[in-house]
Design a binder for this molecule. Sequence first.
Ligand SMILES: Cc1ncc(COP(=O)(O)O)c(C=O)c1O
Length: 449
Amino acid sequence: MITATETKLPSIKTALPGPKGKQVIEYDAKYISPSLSRDYPLVAERASGAIVEDPDGNMFLDFAAGIAVCSTGHCHPNVVSAIQKQAAELIHIAGTDFYHRHMPQLAERLVATMPKSHNWKVFFGNSGTEAVEGAIKLARYSTKRDKLIAFYGCFHGRTLGSLSLTASKNTQRKYFGTLLGGVEHIPYPYSYRCALGHGREECGGEIIDLLEHQIFKRLFAPEEVAAIIVEPIQGEGGFIPAPLSFLQELQRICNKHGIMLILDEVQAGMGRTGKMWAYDHAGITPDIVLTAKGIASGMPISAFIAKESVMQWKPGSHGTTYGGNPVCVAAALATLDLIQGGLMANAQKMGDYIFRKIGDWPKKFRIVGDVRGKGLMIGVEIVRDQSTKERAQDLRDKVVDQAFHRGLLTLGSGENSIRMSPPLIIDEEQADCAIRIMEESIRETEKSL
Ligand SMILES: Cc1ncc(COP(=O)(O)O)c(C=O)c1O
């Protein structure tokens, strides 16, 4: 029998889910919280590289990577051996109470990726939402202000602080009551749907205007604002890149008013866009940068990296039991070695390769409205009609489902977009296979119109 370690292309042998997969799904339904929203019935048994194998021996090409987490692919041997070695030496000591060399080691590596104009310090947590929570606290602590500005369509997490910033789907907030006060949302620059018809690099000037001339004049004065938090490419919101000039304008406004500029790189960071951080493309210097997902190939660790001048809080003001756990740090160090040792360059190369081949999809397929993104963060927006741009969530779901049944894992994103975020290790053969499956799935979905 071929296993995930021996193949790099998908093969589907049973109806999906297969009989063993069905058993797992029934078992799960009995015990697991129904709040989890699985788009389609993938049951993972083992995985290697960009291939996920289910319990029935079906092989899937993974263009979801566990929501952009498995940056080095599944179970990369260097990551596995780093985890195994560290697990045999020291699993946990609580970095909040004691020292271990692994925390400063990883912090030093992360700081080396930051602009050289400043000194930086790092706080480790366990998940993206924790990085967001910590950044909100740090921004408030260091500015002694409490107001926060975020964007419609953004996703920053689901704990109550980060959820106050998240403005993605109302189900994520419904019935959870009053969230943090002092949070204002403004539109995110979305060039495909820009009311003023601005292109990919010009869109957003009107939002900067709104911020400076409406929000700051009518709602709260800029000197009350602790932070503006932004995803350089909205992930959950539809893989929508902000124009570089928009990020530069945010930096100008933040610098002018002493507001912290927080870049949420939880999904876009760690080399996925061809640079370590997606904000690097804009040449800006944020005050606080958040990372999680791709940092440790699937081990739970997150970090926020802040200017040393900002991270000046007193012992006891913030801490966590597990953050910077030695095993997760070992996985992160091995992941960074791989990303900086070639995978980031591969993300750029394979991203260019894929965009060259799919850039004409809006011409080729009447339900594809837009193709966008950077590197291996690839978004495809599905519409009912290209001229009205009517959103077609049902067709999007069909394409994702069709792709799954052909052996390709993708994820929905935003109301009607598909995200492709493969591991950074993919090669041309795998890219071609994914493109072929996507084209077949889109064509098949168009037939249902
Ligand atoms: C940009 C962004 N920020 C924060 C989060 C929250 O991360 P987590 O699910 O690890 O809490 C996510 C998760 O999708 C994200 O995409």
